[in-house]
Design a protein around this ligand. Structure first.
Ligand SMILES: Nc1ncnc2c1ncn2[C@@H]1O[C@H](COP(=O)(O)OP(=O)(O)OP(=O)(O)O)[C@@H](O)[C@H]1O
Ligand code: NI
Length: 326
């Protein structure tokens, strides 16, 4: 792995503003990814993962969504100041995104061959023949046979559709791939296959990747680094090895404890008590304090800063201090 930063997000804030309410979806996210590196972005529903991804793609729906602060530096340039033309170019050959539902990306009334070829011809200076050759070759790589070129999306199963979408995302050789829960909509039996394909291609093409998921096991198998999101903030981040060995934030610990253990069939899922805060009306101080069993007075009052080098966590105390506090 090289150490060149390909993407750097600094202090990103995103809100969804309507007449009735303001949703604080992303509240100061900072993260960076190096060339060829894969980052797992993990968090409960509503934590702001998709909004972070859409911000990078410059696809936050406006209205009601608006990036209110921060920087998104891709290859040295702040995407927030891009023109629409520059955005299209960035999405054509810089950053690609795979969505949860394959039909978000596929046109139901075109054959998959036609739509994949169109992507190539829009972004690369190649002949139709060469374009078609590239499409067929990449389709084969993801396990879709050449004789399916003229089929329509509805003729494919969910897993096969997602393979076509992966092909579409990779045709223009993106430097960064964002996969937003790419297998959640699929049958459990084929989720692992599709994840393997994504993971293999990420390594093969030396792409950087952000993999959004609820599944800490998937991150362990697929990613170099992990970032845990809670209420629009990254509350812990580091290498998979560091974070999985010693989780430093009580929320992360709670997430690990809530994974059912394979070797003990009777082990109950231990959910973190309480629920995620309402993004319209966030708690004072540390957003996790209402659910934290180590809560102290300062936690209700002050938002903790991010501590640590490399392995970072956003908490007033180290866990060992907490254990002493009881
Ligand atoms: N178009 C929208 N309008 C208003 N609020 C929105 C919109 N999209 C998302 N939100 C809100 O923004 C917050 C963050 O949502 P987001 O989809 O980014 O979370 P997520 O971590 O991707 O969740 P999930 O795991 O369910 O996909 C949530 O409170 C959500 O309800
Ligand atoms: Ni999401």
């Amino acid at each position: 792995m090289e150490n060149t930063k390909i993407l750097e997000i600094n202090n990103l804030h995103v809100q969804y503003i309507t007449e009735e309410e303001t949703v604080n979806a992303v509240n100061g996210v900072s993260l960076s990814i190096c060339k060829g590196e894969s980052l797992g972005l993990v968090g409960e529903t509503g934590a702001g993962k998709t909004t972070t991804a859409l911000s990078i793609m410059q696809l936050v729906p406006y209205p009601p969504g608006i990036i209110t602060d921060g920087e998104i530096i891709f290859e040295g340039k702040d995407l927030i100041f891009n023109t629409e033309r520059e955005n299209q170019e960035m999405r054509g050959n810089g950053i690609s995104m795979i969505f949860q539902d394959p039909m978000t990306s596929l046109n139901p009334i075109m054959t998959i061959g036609e739509q994949l070829l169109e992507v190539v011809l829009t972004h690369k200076k190649v002949t139709r023949e060469e374009g078609k050759r590239q499409v067929i070759e990449l389709l084969k790589t993801v396990g879709v046979k050449e004789d399916r070129y003229n089929d329509y999306p509805h003729q494919f199963s969910g897993g096969m559709k997602q393979r076509v979408v992966i092909t579409m995302a990779l045709l223009c050789n993106p430097k960064l791939l964002i996969a937003d829960e790419p297998t959640t909509a699929l049958d459990v039996t084929i989720q692992a296959q599709v994840l393997d394909i994504i993971s293999d291609l990420q390594v093969k093409f030396n792409m950087s990747m952000i993999l959004i998921t609820h599944d800490l096991g998937v991150v362990a198998e697929t990613c170099d680094k992990v970032a845990i999101m809670y209420a629009g903030e990254i509350i812990e981040a580091g290498t998979v090895e560091d974070v999985y060995t010693v989780a430093k934030h009580p929320y992360t610990r709670g997430l690990f404890e809530s994974i059912p253990k394979l070797d003990d069939k009777n082990e109950k899922l231990v959910p973190i008590s309480g629920s995620t805060p309402n993004a319209v009306d966030l708690p004072s101080g540390c957003y996790f304090h209402p659910r934290c069993k180590y809560k102290q007075e300062i936690c209700e009052r002050e938002s903790p800063t991010l501590k640590g080098e490399g392995h970072q966590y956003k908490c007033h105390f180290s866990l060992f201090e907490k254990e002493e506090l009881g």
